[in-house]
Structure formats: C-alpha cells, structure tokens
Design a protein around this ligand. Sequence first.
Ligand SMILES: CSC[C@@H](O)[C@@H](O)C(=O)COP(=O)(O)O
Length: 353
Amino acid sequence: MDKNIAIDSSLRTVEWKDNKVVMIEQTKLPNELIFVEYDDFNQVANAIKTLIVRGAPAIGVSGAFGLGLAALQSKATTKEELLSDLEDARKILFATRPTAVNLGWGLEKIMNVAKTGETAEQIREIVISTAKKMAEEDIQINKAMGKNGAILFDNNDTIMTHCNAGALATVAYGTALGVIRATRESGKNVKVIATETRPIQQGSRLTAFELKHDGFDVSLVPDTAVGYSMANGLVNKVVVGADRIVKTGHVFNKIGTYQVATMAKQHGIPFYVAAPLSTIDLKTKAEDVIIEMRKGSEVTGIGDKKTAPDDIGVINPAFDMTPPELISGIITEKGVATAPYEKSIPKLFEANN
Ligand SMILES: CSC[C@@H](O)[C@@H](O)C(=O)COP(=O)(O)O
C-alpha cells in the first residue's frame, strides 16, 4: 500500500481498477492516506456509510462502482437472475446515506442501463463500462463547472469555503474547489479561507490539506469565526458545494452552510454554490428532503478524545438547508443559475438536451 499520497486536483478519490474498486482512505491524521481495494459491494456500502468515501459526486460514482462489483459477484446466468441480484445490491447501497441525491442518481442510472442488456454477460459488461464512464464524466463536468464559475471571481479575492467540495469529495478536481482551481488557472491570484467544519472537520482534514498540497494560500478558521472573518473584511466571496438542490433553489449542504450564507448576506458578500446537474433533484420538495442524523459521539468528543459529560442529549444533523434568497448563483457545468431559481434551474436542463 502506498502511504502519504500527494493530494492534488488530478488524484482520483475512487477508481475502478482490475475489477476492483480502489478508494483513498485517510488513516493517521493529518496526512497519512492509503489506497484501499474492495472486491465486494458490501465493502463499498460500508465505505460510503463510514465516510471513507464522501461528498455527493464521489458517493454517486461509488454506488455505480458498487453495482459493478455486485454484477461480478453474482452467480446469475440469466438476465432476470442478474437484475434481481443487482436490485438487492442497489437497496443495500442506497440505504447508506439519505441526503446526497447523487447516490440514488448513480444507482438508478446503472439499473436503467442494466435492463437494456440481453444476456447476463452483456449486463455485466454494460454496468461496468457505464460506471467507468460516469467517473470520467465527473472530472469533465467539474472542469466545465470550474470554467463557468471562474468568471465570478476576481484577482486578489479571498474566498471562503465550507466542508470539502474538492478533489477528495468528487472523483477528481472538485466542485467548489474546482471553481477555485479554475479561477487560479485563469490567471487570477486568490486566497482561500477554509472553515474547520465541526463535528468531523472535513475543512481541516480535507480542504486545507488538499489546497495546501496544490500550493494555495489557505487559512483555517473555526466555524465560530465565520462572522468575525466577514465583519473584519477577511473574506469577499464564498463558494460551497451541495449534496442536493431542489428546483426552488433550496440548497442542502454540510451542516453550518446556512450560518455561513446568513452571515454572507448580512455583510453583502456574494454566496455561490457549485454543483453538477446530477445534484439537482427536480422531483423532491425542500420539506421532504431527509437530513441525515449522525451519531452523538461525533459531537461529544473530538476524534477519540471525549470532551462532553455522559448522559446528555446530542443533536447531530449532517446537513442543513440554505434558502434561495441567500444564494447569489448556482454554478453548474451548463451555466450559472440565478434567482428566480424556479425559472433558471429548469433552463439548465433544457440546455443539457
Ligand atoms: C461536493 S459534496 C458537497 C460538500 O460541500 C459537502 O457537503 C460534503 O463534503 C458532503 O459531506 P460529507 O458528509 O462529508 O459526505
């Protein structure tokens, strides 16, 4: 196993190699990373559930790869038997995390394409090749999103981001961090402020880590210093990723995003969201989106160190909802949607055809 992998925008967080799924796992904080290999879709489901792989686009592709493994694991010899085994695997993979829409999107895409195969062998081949294509497309989509977003940022901007929407939350390059990377590639000099992102610190473990490896000027702030940073002129734009966006423009993203957006509005700082069309859910209403609740021990301690007393209640939502009136624009691979989102979001899909 390789250790201390250098993280940059071209490193792949999840890959299909020799009929196995290869992922990056962070082992010893802050900077020991290893590749882990899986040949069983249940291991992929566990990796999604335990956040070995995380971030909406990366778990969408991981789900698709999980079905690739399930197709290889199945002993089915007929189309019907194989589709039934794939459906069993789909349910297990889907049950891992409820908020990011990309997981359901990736699984559905593979199930639909599987049904077009005529024999079990054809289905195996088509499932694996489609999943690999989805991973390739994820990178191209992020690059297109980056280009569309880069024009919104200026030379010498200091950009705040929350959680990790970078190469470690996608197959490579990143969504929000893809926009930041593309801004720099377009010749503008930008600095980044990364929020720590309690309770499990994706901001310090992942965002600050990968930006430092990519040579950015990055500073880490505790989540509690977002207001301070904005009130004192330390930030002049914000860009975050998303786990689900509904057609009214309500954005579901890592817990704390709503606070960052509210503070940005208070200080007149543009607040952008960068996400691929696969993160947009045109079917579900904002009030019906399920927010994942995670275990209390993430909050009652930091890492393995317990900091809170026993026998207290804990509320630990993994995501929150930012309403459209706080959002200056939603950056996608097909362009930037602005208010009123009910009109601009469907237009992005028309442009997709
Ligand atoms: C690019 S995914 C959207 C991100 O902004 C973010 O919310 C995220 O990394 C997802 O959270 P996580 O719980 O780590 O999977």
